[in-house]
Design a protein. Structure first.
Lengths: 214, 102
């Protein structure tokens, strides 16, 4: 196991743990029963979708509307699943288990590696450790309740974009990927004011048309 | 949020995630499609970075967060260690907010 990789994963785990704690604290202080954020984190395990769903409920929306908001955000995992399918590889039980720890960070850690064994190690290490860190963080947040304020005061909202950016940078050295990604980012940004959260990011895939045509 | 909705969200999310891994090996993907899928993952991640850095809800996220992400991105681009990039971003954003820039 690569020591640099392990150090990077540990750093992301700490950051995600703190964000998880704020998720638990926000849910409980918003009037949700303690088991709600805990069950969501164990069963859904997708930070963005969890915050989106919780936001809908705390704003007075229905549980079903919250689930739909989360599902729209998580639709990006469909192409992610195909992109890292060979990384999960192996026997069916392993694939089914690995599927659950497929999150933005573990996908990004995997595709940042050069060869398959490294991709595999990066995916599993980051996925499993993030699962543990996220759920422990949520538990701490639920217990501490209001004590943990919002993570924005600590600047933690800047951490996750940088984590993903640093991980995706190597693949952007490929010209076609860079062009498609730049177009996709513009599409997502332009559509954000008018479409529900999650939809603009999914529509960024239209940037792929730049790659398909040639 | 009730249990049924949580289970629906969890089940739907798992369904999105599992399609690729389960179909892997059963359907033969051409090299072209495989390359497209790996580019697609990059495109989605970059779109996620852009929206997470610049937007909150339907509007602009304010200056502090994009400034921090920019600093972190530049540090990563200069091939500085991951830790330096992330800490640089967090410190920049938190510092700007402390100074009243939001």
């Amino acid at each position: 196991m690569d020591r640099v990789l392990l150090r990077d994963v540990a750093l992301v785990c700490v950051a995600d743990g703190v964000v998880g704690a704020s998720f638990g604290a926000i849910a409980v202080s918003g009037g949700q029963a303690p088991w709600v954020p805990v069950a969501m984190s164990l069963l859904v395990f997708a930070g963005g979708a969890q915050f989106a769903a919780l936001g809908v409920v705390l704003a007075g929306g229905s549980s079903i509307a919250a689930a739909i908001a989360g599902l729209v955000l998580n639709s990006r995992h469909l192409p992610f699943g195909f992109a890292v399918a060979d990384v999960l590889g192996g026997r069916l039980p392993a694939r089914l288990l690995g599927t659950h720890v497929m999150v933005d960070e573990s996908v990004a850690f995997a595709i940042a590696q050069q060869d398959l064994p490294r991709r595999r190690a990066a995916f599993w290490t980051s996925g499993v450790l993030l699962f543990v860190a996220w759920n422990l963080g949520v538990l701490v947040g639920v217990v501490m309740g209001r004590l943990i304020g919002d993570p924005t005061a600590l600047g933690l909202d800047a951490a996750s974009p940088v984590v993903l950016l640093a991980l995706v940078l190597p693949s952007l050295r490929d010209r076609a990927t860079l062009r498609a990604a730049a177009a996709g980012a513009v599409i997502a940004l332009v559509l954000t004011p008018i479409l529900p959260p999650g939809v603009p990011v999914a529509l960024a895939l239209l940037g792929l048309l730049l790659v398909v045509r040639r | 949020m009730n249990l049924v909705a949580i289970l629906a969200l969890a089940g739907g999310t798992y369904a999105f995630r599992v399609a690729g891994p389960v179909l892997h090996g059963r359907i033969q993907l051409s090299d072209r499609v495989r390359r497209l899928l790996s580019v697609a993952a990059g495109v989605l991640l970059v779109a996620l970075v852009a929206t997470a850095a610049l937007t909150a809800g339907h509007g602009f996220a304010g200056w502090a967060r994009p400034a921090g992400v920019l600093v972190g991105g530049l540090l990563a681009l200069r091939r500085l260690p991951f830790l330096v990039a992330v800490v640089g971003a967090v410190v920049t954003t938190a510092g700007l907010r402390l100074l009243g820039v939001h």
